[in-house]
Structures are given as structure tokens and as C-alpha cells.
Design a protein around this ligand. Structure first.
Ligand SMILES: Cc1ncc(COP(=O)(O)O)c(C=O)c1O
Length: 481
């Protein structure tokens, strides 16, 4: 008789031995990460290993792990390294690795039902509200990233302010154009959301910013009034608590007031800036965030939690559930047994099957306490200020934006070059810093200037790492000029 199949190992002891080896290797890898290049170009030979026919028969686990060590582990984005400051990417923690293993072992689906993962996620959401000083009656949901958190917040905004049953009738039944407002510095996930909501990008009114890259309140007000006069329907103001380009923060209290005055929803995209709230010294930077009707923020950026996890909070629980609640015959919530339980997270977002993202947050917060996490956030802010000072004190370097929190934009300046050549020079400097494996800043454009951009959401960074970056940039630039 053919034995019945399973994916469990025949020899558990052999798998355990390999598992222990993997765990030791990975913790050693992280311990010694400073000695590694931050990033390196992937050789074509390695890339070609990922363009092969699908295996028909299984392979030896040890050889698969060997391939991982040779062809995968050495070629990451680089964000676990102390000198990674590109885009806004978090660094994760060693305990987070272990948490992910525990999560994978439980391998649960956190749609709902009577299971402990629901209570852990609820606990994490309660802690989030407490940390932000937010309405304790609010609902919340863990999602994959702030992009999805924005999508959920703005879906609830659209549905609850549309003045007609959008769930039943859809956006096409509106005679009025539903308008959303935010600054030109809004993250691209807002554009994507507006498209997904079926509104079209013309419904997203991008308001100019001032010199501090904060939304111009006078223009916002004029635009809303003009829209009303034109027969459009203002739905929502989106405030930035930490823009991706510069880390600027809109006047959130003023935005809350304007939203109230016009009967609009107030959503805050606080993907990373939200966490200033944890630092007693810097929490005032995001004053007013607690007035939002909904907030989107990441745990995987500036809370250092392993990828991927973010959160959306919605003040009005009913509005939130109304946008997503759906019970099929096959998911009827029962009174007892596995299908009971008060909490069905699938009622608060588009996903039915969901991973247990809460465990790594719960474990990391318990491991460190929020005081230490707040101190680390403040440390990153102080590091950004330190870097800003170094740049300001060197005539060859130029700061391009004010440093409000953890983002520094600057360039190498050579007065004999015009803008185009200066942009090309700084682009080349960036390539070389990355290709030499020294550091990974990223890039943006500030008023037409190519900027080298450092965003510090890294608990491994030390001030001396920032000195390494600057010395390398000066060195590379000298050779290029
Ligand atoms: C301000 C802001 N909003 C939203 C996002 C999107 O977040 P995620 O990449 O977690 O989806 C980012 C990402 O950098 C961001 O900086």
C-alpha cells in the first residue's frame, strides 16, 4: 500500500539539528552585520539561479539552506545594517526573528473565531491607542503597511461622508464629485487609494506647501470653498505627520479645525512620524494627531518591528465596520465553539485570511517597554540633528530642507557647477556610496535639486556611522571633481 503523504519530516531530529544551525547562523549574522557591506550588486550568475525550471522532485534541505546562504542572504536591500538610511525602512530586532518563528509555528489565520491571536491583536491595538493618546473607544486593525492603512482609513472616510449609501450604490450614483485634500507632499499611497476608491485623481486636491513643506492652510480653505461653490462635495482632509520627502508635519490641530468646520473627515498619514509621540521631548511635533478621525501608521518603520506590519485606527467603530462588515453563510459568527468569539478582524478590512502580525509587536513592546522605544526614537532624531550640524559646518556640503525629525536632505556643493551638473555629481556620489557598500542613503528631488536623503529609523545606527557617511561622500566627491 502507498503510504499517505505529509509535508512533515520523516526524521524530526534531523530537521531540529538543521533548525538549530539556522538559528545560530542567523543570530550570528545579525550580531556581526556591521562587518558586512550594507549593500552589494547582485551578480548575473546569482540572478540566473532564480530563472530555472520548477523542481519536480524534492531536494535535500541542507542543500536548499546552502543555496540560501550563498545566493540570497548576501544580497538584501540592506536595512538590517547600521548604515542603512534609504527611503523609510525599519531595521527589525533579533527577538523579532524569534517571534516570527513562533508566529510561523502557530500558523494561524486571524480572521476571527475564538482564538487567542484575536486577543493579542486587540491588546496591541489598545496599546497603540494608549501610546498615541487616541480615543480608547476607537477600532483598529493590523495590516501589511501604511499604504493599506491609508486605503482603509480613506475608504471609511469616503463611505461615511458621502451622504448616500455608497456600499450599496457605489460612487457612480453620486451627482457630486467627492473631493479629498492634502498637501503636494502626500505619499503616493494616497494617490493609489483615490484611484482604488473609484474617484479619479482629479478628486485629490493637492495643496501647495510653505517653506517648511507644510500644507498652506489659506490655500486649503480657498480650495474647499471653491469646490463647494462648484458643486463638489468635500469629504476628507489628509494631514501629514512626517512626509516621506522631508519629515515635515502639517499643522494637525488647524487641519482638524477646518475639517470640523466643513463637516469633513480628518485622516492622518503618520506612517513613521506618529512615533514621535513616544518621545517626551519630541511628542509635540505631532500635536493634534489624536484629533484625527482615522490614523495610518507603520510598526515596521520607526517602531523597529520586523516586516511587515502597520495599523489603522478609526475613531468611530461603527463607521469602520460598516465599510467592511460581510458575513457569508460560511462565516456566520456562532455562539460557542471555534466559530464564536467577539472579535472578527475580517469585519474591519478587505482581508479575510490574515496572519498573526500582532505577536512580534506584543513581544517587542514587552521586551523593551515603551520608554526605551521612545528613547530610541529620540536618539534617531538627535542623530539627524547631529548629521545636520556636520553638514552645516562644512562649506562643501549644503542642507536642502529643514530637519524636523529624522530626515536629512543635503548635497555636495561645488559652486563652479550648474544645477544639471551638480545633480549629476550628487547622483554619482550616491551610486558610489552604495556600490562600495559603505552606506545606503536614498535620493529625492528638492526644488529641482538632486538630494542625498538620510532617513534614520534604525536602532543600530551610531553617530560614528553618520561620520563615516560624510567622510566617504567628501572623499568620493574630491576624486570626482
Ligand atoms: C508618509 C508615508 N505614508 C505611507 C507610506 C507607505 O507605507 P508602507 O510602505 O508601509 O505601505 C510611507 C512609506 O514610506 C510613508 O513614508
Amino acid at each position: 500500500m502507498t503510504p499517505e503523504l505529509t509535508l512533515d519530516p520523516e526524521d524530526w531530529e534531523k530537521l531540529k539539528t538543521l533548525g538549530h544551525e539556522m538559528l545560530d547562523d542567523m543570530l550570528n549574522h545579525l550580531r556581526d552585520i556591521r562587518k558586512q557591506p550594507v549593500w552589494q550588486q547582485i551578480p548575473n550568475k546569482v540572478k540566473s539561479e532564480f530563472n530555472v525550471p520548477i523542481p519536480i522532485e524534492g531536494q535535500d534541505r541542507k542543500s536548499i539552506y546552502k543555496e540560501f546562504k550563498e545566493n540570497i542572504l548576501p544580497f538584501p536591500l540592506g536595512n538590517i545594517h547600521p548604515r542603512f538610511w534609504g527611503w523609510v525602512v525599519g531595521s527589525g530586532t533579533p527577538f523579532g526573528i524569534l517571534a516570527e518563528m513562533l508566529t510561523a509555528t502557530m500558523n494561524t489565520n486571524v480572521a476571527g473565531g475564538e482564538q487567542i491571536a484575536n486577543y493579542v491583536e486587540t491588546q496591541v491595538i489598545e496599546w497603540a491607542k494608549e501610546m498615541l493618546g487616541y480615543d480608547l473607544g476607537a477600532s483598529g486593525l493590523l495590516v501589511s503597511g501604511a499604504s493599506i492603512a491609508n486605503l482603509i482609513g480613506l475608504t471609511v472616510a469616503r463611505n461615511s461622508k458621502a451622504n448616500y449609501d455608497i456600499v450599496k450604490n457605489g460612487v457612480q450614483s453620486s451627482k457630486k464629485n467627492l473631493s479629498f485634500y492634502g498637501s503636494t507632499e502626500m505619499h503616493g499611497s494616497i494617490d493609489k487609494t483615490i484611484q482604488l476608491l473609484g474617484l479619479g485623481l482629479n478628486s485629490l486636491k493637492k495643496i501647495a506647501v510653505d517653506k517648511k513643506f507644510e500644507i498652506r492652510l489659506d490655500i486649503l480653505r480657498d480650495t474647499i470653498e471653491a469646490d463647494i461653490n462648484a458643486g463638489n462635495q468635500p469629504i476628507c482632509i489628509i494631514g501629514n505627520a512626517g512626509t516621506v520627502n522631508t519629515g515635515s508635519v502639517d499643522d494637525l490641530n488647524a487641519l482638524a479645525e477646518i475639517a470640523k468646520e466643513f463637516g469633513m473627515w480628518f485622516h492622518v498619514d503618520g506612517a513613521f512620524g506618529t512615533w514621535c509621540k513616544l518621545s517626551p521631548k519630541s511628542k509635540n511635533i505631532v500635536d493634534g494627531i489624536e484629533q484625527a478621525d482615522s490614523i495610518a501608521f507603520d510598526f515596521h518603520k520607526w517602531m523597529y518591528i520586523n516586516y511587515d506590519v502597520a495599523c489603522v485606527l478609526v475613531r468611530n467603530r461603527k463607521d469602520h465596520a460598516d465599510a467592511f462588515h460581510f458575513v457569508g453563510d460560511y462565516t456566520t459568527h456562532l455562539k460557542r465553539g471555534t466559530g464564536s468569539g467577539e472579535i472578527w478582524f475580517s469585519d474591519y478590512g478587505p482581508q479575510l485570511s490574515r496572519g498573526f502580525r500582532a505577536l512580534k509587536i506584543w513581544m517587542t513592546i514587552k521586551e523593551n517597554g515603551i520608554k526605551k522605544l521612545g528613547d530610541l526614537i529620540e536618539q534617531n532624531i538627535q542623530q539627524a540633528k547631529y548629521l545636520t550640524e556636520i553638514i552645516k559646518n562644512d562649506k562643501k556640503l549644503e542642507i536642502l530642507t529643514p530637519t524636523k525629525m529624522n530626515i536629512v536632505n543635503f548635497r555636495y556643493n561645488n559652486e563652479s557647477l550648474d544645477v544639471d551638473n551638480l545633480n549629476k555629481l550628487n547622483e554619482e556620489i550616491l551610486y558610489q556610496v552604495q556600490e562600495k557598500g559603505i552606506a545606503v542613503p536614498s535620493n529625492t528631488i528638492i526644488n529641482g535639486n538632486f538630494a542625498i536623503r538620510v532617513a534614520i529609523t534604525n536602532h543600530r545606527t551610531k553617530k560614528e556611522d553618520l561620520e563615516v557617511l560624510i567622510n566617504s561622500i567628501l572623499d568620493i566627491a574630491e576624486k570626482l571633481c
